[in-house]
Design a protein around this ligand. Structure first.
Ligand code: ZN
Ligand code: MN
Length: 484
């Protein structure tokens, strides 16, 4: 049975301070309970003041996924008790969020698919409970409020996703958008991006009973949980049972979802408009100012990489949706240098070197682009060098390896020092060609009789004699000239 999946994604907005006070938002890695104040601790009599930057970050994101911006929106109290929630409620948005009704296009396999976005709203984060320190279980729980009040964007999709792979593609696409917009660093290990999955299977066109799986902290966990839950619900229905409307937890160790609690409804939270905050008004002027500074989104670039640069969808995706955003930065900056320099290096060639050689070698060496200090200038220097010298691919690869392990050397210096590109004098080269012709009389006769392919044998001989110091193109050129 095909599942219907909706995602709720919480993203930590990249702001210096919290959503309603001036405490630092640097929650992760800071000494516990250092970044707190009476406002984010919910002391009586304090008043929240909205962080302007967080609204701008959220609006840029919402606009980029085609959402309508509500120029007046309302903050609401979401009431529940939990030890990590000092106020006893979370300031969120309910009836009128900042934005609604957008969509994000994903490329799943070769299929382009639009996933509708129900809403993108602004809310504050809760604190964090610690049940263990390192591997040591505690006999009590500790609470760290550094995260309480940190601004979050909550992105809610409609149930348009139909497989674990599509969910993954959605998350990868969204993450690269969030980074391109500088909305968030999206470091999942620091809890900056968390995923809740709503999933239902049904034998008919009607939506089945929805089960929520909360707080998945990696894309792999999201995929695995979706696979498992699809099978569990399908089995339940096929054996005549009933899927319960509940919240479940993903247990990485057992690879199963476990029931947590029966699903709470919106009415359980007793939402009501936050009396301490006025309605949020976004004027035309402010909106224009935010939207005019939005950079080209990865999805827009994806189209241009295919149409203008003639990259395949697979290549464009590998560059734009790479886990390391430096990959696209290096690629596009190198492309710019090539354009400026009028060098005839095709974008496809830059893409190939980026994806196949650069990422391959870095992967083996367990390094990043930044570690290896591959700047656009050095990368471009290398590419234009091998283009100009028409070096053999084996030699190119050797120079490239050396480039990666010598962060301070330019490709041209490496080539010179290595002697790999040493040019044979024309005399020596002609001597090699004559020897090869003399040693391969039969192939030469075949070639002269019209068998083009026979030339390969003679070429091979030249390459052997010159120990691969000359590019095959040049050898072919000279051989053909010599043989008339
Ligand atoms: Zn505070
Ligand atoms: Mn939320």
């Amino acid at each position: 049975m095909t599942p219907k999946i909706g995602l709720e994604i919480h993203v930590q907005l990249k702001t210096a301070t919290k959503l309603f006070c001036s405490c630092s938002s640097a929650a992760f890695g800071t000494e516990p309970n250092l970044n707190i104040c009476p406002v984010c601790m919910g002391y009586p009599g304090v008043l929240p003041v909205l962080n302007k930057k967080s609204v701008e970050k959220l609006v840029a994101l919402a606009t980029s996924v085609g959402c309508r911006i509500n120029q007046t929106s309302i903050f609401a109290r979401k009431n529940y008790f939990y030890p990590d929630l000092p106020k006893g409620y979370q300031i969120s948005q309910f009836e009128t969020p900042v934005s609604e009704n957008g969509n994000l296009e994903i490329y799943s396999g070769n299929i382009k698919k639009s996933v509708r976005i129900k809403r993108v709203h602004l809310e504050e984060d809760a604190g964090k409970l610690l049940h263990a320190i390192g591997s040591e279980e505690l006999d009590c729980s500790l609470v760290d409020f550094n995260r309480a009040g940190v601004p979050l964007a909550e992105v809610v999709t409609e149930p348009d996703i139909e497989s674990a792979a599509q969910a993954n593609d959605f998350l990868v696409t969204l993450k690269s958008l969030l980074r391109a917009l500088d909305t968030s660093n999206c470091d999942m290990e620091k809890g900056e991006l968390r995923v809740d999955v709503n999933i239902s299977v049904s034998e008919t066109q009607e939506l089945g009973t929805k089960v929520e799986i909360k707080n998945l902290n990696s894309f792999k966990a999201a995929r695995d949980a979706i696979e498992h839950e699809t099978q569990r619900q399908s089995r339940e229905i096929q054996s005549g049972g009933k899927v319960l409307h509940e919240t479940r937890l993903w247990d990485v160790t057992s690879g199963k979802t476990q029931p947590l609690r029966s699903k709470e409804e919106a009415s359980d939270y007793r939402y009501f408009p936050e009396p301490d905050l006025p309605h949020l008004k976004i004027s035309d002027g402010w909106l224009d100012n935010i939207t005019k500074n939005i950079p080209l989104t990865p999805n827009k670039k994806l189209e241009s990489y295919q149409n203008d640069l003639k990259l395949t969808l697979k290549e464009a995706k590998a560059i734009l949706f790479n886990e390391d955003p430096s990959v696209d930065k290096l690629f596009s900056d190198t492309l710019e240098l090539a354009k400026k320099d009028d060098a005839n290096i095709p974008p496809k060639k830059i893409a190939n070197w980026t994806l196949n050689n650069l990422l391959g070698e870095l992967n083996t060496a367990n390094k990043t682009i930044d570690d290896a200090r591959i700047t656009p200038q050095r990368f471009y220097g290398f590419l234009s060098l091998i283009e100009k010298e028409s070096l053999q691919s084996k030699v190119c690869k050797e120079i490239f390896s050396a480039l990666l392990s010598n962060p301070d050397k330019e490709a041209s210096v490496i080539l010179e020092e290595s002697g790999l590109g040493m040019k044979l004098s024309d005399d020596k080269l002609m001597e090699a060609i004559k020897t090869a012709i003399g040693d391969n009389q039969k192939a030469v006769a075949d070639y002269k009789a019209g068998k083009e392919k026979a030339l390969v044998a003679v070429m091979g001989a030249v390459m052997r004699i010159t120990r691969g110091q000359i590019s095959p193109q040049r050898v072919t050129e000279l051989l053909k000239k010599e043989l008339g």
